[in-house]
Design a protein around this ligand. Structure first.
Ligand code: 4AD
Ligand code: MG
Length: 462
């Protein structure tokens, strides 16, 4: 007799009626009466629980009635149509206790807050909200690979340990094997990284872009999907110290190509989630964000708005809204500005392009106005920035000048500069923050609920 997943049971109940099967999972709740025990079990395969009737005739009936929420069980029994709300239930032939759980098991039946669940992240994957998020997260990862694979992109692995700060924001985690207290010193008295493991100063990557550019200029179109690390000191609901990023990079492509690719990709993710995770999306629509489903359905069939940074500044200035941060040409858009544009002005995803060069990274292609660069940010309601990308500077001399302006040393980027000398060509790419995509599609408000074990300032628990 084989073990059946509850997901399978509910998707094709007719296959199982009147048959005896095995189900394994964790007790969600237990109600005992004199002659039978009513057990609700979830096995993680789906949002749905299986109801089991265990009669007093079972040899270990007294043990069964003494079970509690959280027990691991193996159930054998016959599947029958149910009189209740569920289409089916199991009449148990045997109930085997596989693992016990104490009375103070943290996930009791009563509703718990997301804040509390973060403190028990090792078991929160068994709660409705988080298990739904984790399943959707899985499906969005599958959708990502399928999307890029269908379009001829190659999945490329870029290094996690790196000597360069791609974004130039200085938000790096050091990787070192030098002793913390008595590191060897150079002649200036600073730690001598020549004596460190890699013979140079190294960090965890904030982005795989620079290497992805090298690979795009070899394979034509690639994408990365890996963890990235930023030591930014932000305690916001949209920032993590360790997050996953998808970075497509394409040779012989420009910013317009990237704007189209970004919109297609986001719509593909939405479609996939609506198709593969209907129960989860219904749950989020009901319990986490009212109207989520309508919004997602609307977005997948509408075109993304496009606006330049300069136009966006005009819109913000004319809005008459009082912002905490002043709106001024040259200043970066703050979250409140981004959210106004996407949530109130356009009420739709919007792609902002051509930002002032001072507030963007060194590698972005300069426009002929000498003031702006071919950058884009994709903003979505509820989240704000979900994607950042650009066309890359492919003119060697301009790139060198820009690096100088930003205080970067040519010798640190010699191989990156070579890419402009060895058959350089227009190329472009972007990065999508995976957890932000999970937030957008599930409606969860805090990024710490969009990843199983979040890392943020002051916390590396679990
Ligand atoms: O805009 P960012 O910094 O762009 C880059 O890293 C480029 N190298 C990407 C590229 O062109 N290949 O980051 C890209 C996205 C952001 O739009 C955001 O969604 C996400 O990564 N992101 C974060 N997500 C969670 N926590 C953080 N601390 C994040 N920082 C950026
Ligand atoms: Mg950005």
């Amino acid at each position: 007799m084989r073990r059946v997943l509850i997901k399978e049971l509910f998707s094709t109940p007719e296959k199982f009626f009147e048959k005896e099967i095995i189900v394994k999972g964790w007790v969600r709740s237990l109600r005992n009466s004199k002659s039978f025990s009513f057990i609700v079990v979830n096995d993680g395969s789906s949002f749905k629980d299986l109801q089991i009737i265990a009669g007093e005739g079972l040899s270990n009936y007294s043990e069964i009635t003494a079970m509690r929420t959280g027990f691991a069980v193996s159930l054998k029994g016959k599947i029958v149509p149910s009189q209740g709300k569920q289409p089916l239930e199991m009449q148990a032939v045997s109930v085997e206790i596989v693992g016990e759980a104490p009375e103070d098991y943290p996930l009791q039946k009563k509703a718990t807050s997301l804040e509390f669940l973060r403190e028990v992240a090792h078991v929160r994957g068994r709660s409705n909200t988080i298990s739904n998020v984790l399943r959707v997260r899985h499906h969005l990862a599958m959708a990502t690979h399928q999307f890029f694979h269908e379009r001829g992109f190659f999945y490329a692995h870029t290094p996690i340990i790196t000597a360069s700060d791609c974004e130039g924001a200085g938000e790096l985690f050091r990787v070192s094997t030098l002793p913390v207290n008595d590191a060897p010193k150079d002649d200036k008295g600073a730690p001598d990284f020549k004596k460190d493991y890699f013979g140079t100063e190294t960090f965890l990557a904030v982005s795989g872009q620079l290497e992805a550019e090298a690979l795009a200029l070899s394979l034509g179109a690639v994408y990365t999907f890996g963890p990235t690390f930023r030591s930014e000191n932000s305690h916001t609901s949209r920032h993590l110290a360790e997050f996953w990023m998808i970075e497509p990079e394409v040779a012989f492509a420009d910013l317009d190509d990237m704007a189209d690719l970004a919109a297609d990709y986001i719509k593909y993710l939405i479609n996939w989630a609506l198709e593969k995770c209907p129960d989860e999306i219904d749950f989020f629509n009901l319990r986490i964000q009212k109207g989520l489903k309508d919004t997602l359905e609307h977005v997948r069939s509408s075109s993304f708005q496009r606006v330049t940074y300069t136009e966006a500044i005009e819109i913000l200035k004319k809005s008459g809204k009082k912002f905490d941060f002043p709106v001024e040409w040259g200043a970066d858009l703050q979250t409140e500005h981004e959210r106004f544009l996407t949530e109130e002005h356009y009420k739709a995803p919007v792609i902002v392009t051509d930002y002032p060069k001072e507030i963007k990274s060194f590698y972005m292609k300069e426009n002929s106005d000498g003031k702006t660069v071919r950058a884009m940010d994709v903003l979505v309601p509820g989240v704000g920035e979900i994607i950042g990308g650009s066309q890359r500077e492919d003119d060697l001399e301009v790139l060198k000048r820009k690096m100088k302006e930003k205080g970067l040393k040519e010798e640190d980027y010699w191989w990156y500069l070579d890419l402009r000398r060895f058959g350089g060509c227009p190329h472009a790419g972007f990065g999508l923050g995976f957890e932000r995509a999970v937030m957008y599609i599930t409606g969860v408000q805090n990024i710490r609920d969009a990843i199983p074990f979040p890392r943020f300032p002051g916390n590396a628990n679990f």
